[in-house]
Design a protein around this ligand. Structure first.
Ligand code: C2E
Ligand code: CA
Ligand code: CA
Length: 397
């Protein structure tokens, strides 16, 4: 038995399978190749981690293979390869996603060694992270434990900066919650937010998060730094008609103004109870808070809802930002979102900016702000206090 992740390549061109195998071995995979679908089917193993699939095979076309993989409920990361033009590759990719397959990327022939390497290394890193996260999930947090954690105020905020693209200046931060669990260590939001939402504890947790962010925002101001803070809310938080009042009266305990705070909500959260959320969000906005629509492009908000809710900011989902360099459809979505957002008076933030190339692209496309690992990872409050002046020194006006 090997501990290496397993990669399978299915392509009728021997030169390509050899090339992919070489690159994959160099990235630490153990590899297997098949020149036809029949050969693949004969040796099928469900434990495979990555499948590189040519959409054009002699005995079966790629779309049929995708159907076969979906029926077998294959969870492997899939990379599609084709000699067709980008739009065919793109449609096949979407079709496969709809069928629940885990499509990680697509490449046109000739495959570039750098692109393939980057993709394989990032899939490997994701797999490791997923295994760690499922380990965390399997430590199974109980409702009682979560309630206790909230009472004990074991939650801390990490802050991720955002910069303004026209002058590279620091502009604001997003507060991202972590649980400093006494035994399990620092837990990411994915490990407890779903439980908080299901168990009705999200209101208590969000109140703690909002209060912490207000306190630290005020403290930052006292240090001579004035970061505007964005806080994420869940669907559960925008159910109560008293919430806008609660928000404002708690803010006013600090020397802050509501325009210092942005509330981020995903399209999905807003759609959960549209009529109520429309009213609550409008009232939050009327009290002077900024409103941001998060993960834009992944949900189903219609143009009409965008128009009816007075959003001040649109955050383009990181999946589009990450794909935009290779995928012209992703770029088109960003371009259209920018036009739409700007026409409706919103500022546009690109999230998930991981490279210099990505930063330059979204600047060129006309985004107003950028956030992502290339600028800074989320960091504890104390680190933020050091990061802001350092960034300003390195990027003078
Ligand atoms: P989100 O609001 O989309 O937050 C951005 C997530 O993307 C953060 O993950 C951040 O660490 C990560 N990220 C930032 N830049 C990059 C990048 O360049 N590349 C990549 N691959 N990732 C990047 P995190 O902190 O694990 O948060 C995950 C999600 O959990 C958030 O997604 C948000 O939906 C939710 N969440 C976090 N804090 C809170 C909170 O206080 N309340 C609620 N309701 N939800 C929260
Ligand atoms: Ca967010
Ligand atoms: Ca987001």
């Amino acid at each position: 038995m090997t501990n290496k992740p397993q990669l399978v390549v299915i392509d009728d061109e021997a030169g390509i399978t050899e090339f992919v195998c070489d690159v994959a071995e160099g990235c630490g995979y153990s590899v297997q190749s098949h020149l036809s679908f029949l050969d693949f089917e004969r040796h099928f193993i469900s434990a495979v981690d990555v499948i590189v699939l040519d959409l054009v095979l002699p005995d079966m076309d790629g779309v049929e293979v995708l159907r076969y993989l979906a029926e077998k409920q294959v969870g492997a990361a899939i990379i599609l390869v084709s000699g067709y033009d980008d739009s065919v590759l793109h449609s096949a990719k979407n079709l496969a996603k709809e069928r629940g397959l885990n499509i990680k990327g697509s490449m046109s022939k000739p495959i570039k060694i750098d692109d393939l390497e980057t993709l394989l290394l990032s899939i490997k890193a994701d797999e490791i992270k997923k295994k760690q996260q499922s380990k965390i999930a399997s430590t199974s947090i109980t409702e009682a434990e979560l309630e206790q954690g909230i009472k004990q105020k074991e939650f801390v905020l990490y802050y991720q900066p955002k910069i303004e693209l026209n002058n590279n200046q620091f502009s604001s931060t997003e507060a991202l919650v972590r649980w400093k669990h006494p035994e399990k260590g620092l837990l990411p939001p994915d490990a407890f937010i779903p439980l908080a939402e299901e168990s009705g504890l999200m209101d208590q947790l969000s109140q703690l998060i909002l209060e912490t962010s207000f306190k630290q925002c005020e403290q930052c101001g006292l240090e001579g730094l004035h970061p505007f803070v964005s806080v994420n809310l869940s669907a559960n938080n925008i159910k109560s008609l008293e919430f806008p009042e609660w928000l404002l009266s708690n803010l006013l305990k600090y020397s802050l103004s509501s325009s210092d705070i942005t509330i981020e909500l995903t399209e999905t959260a807003i759609m959960a109870d549209l009529v109520n959320s429309l009213e609550i969000l409008t009232r939050i906005r009327m009290k002077g808070f900024n409103l941001s629509i998060d993960d834009f492009g992944t949900g189903y908000s219609s143009l009409q809802q965008l128009y009816r809710i007075p959003f001040t900011e649109m955050k383009i989902d990181r999946s589009f930002v990450m794909d935009a360099l290779q995928d012209k459809e992703a770029r088109a979505i960003i371009e259209m979102s920018i036009i739409l957002g700007h026409k409706l008076g919103m500022k546009i933030v690109a999230e998930g900016v991981e490279t210099k190339e990505s930063l330059e692209l979204i600047r060129e496309l006309g985004c107003d702000f950028a956030q992502g690992y290339f600028i800074a990872r989320p960091m504890p409050y104390d680190n933020l206090l050091e990061w802001i002046p350092q960034w300003q020194e390195e990027h003078p006006l």
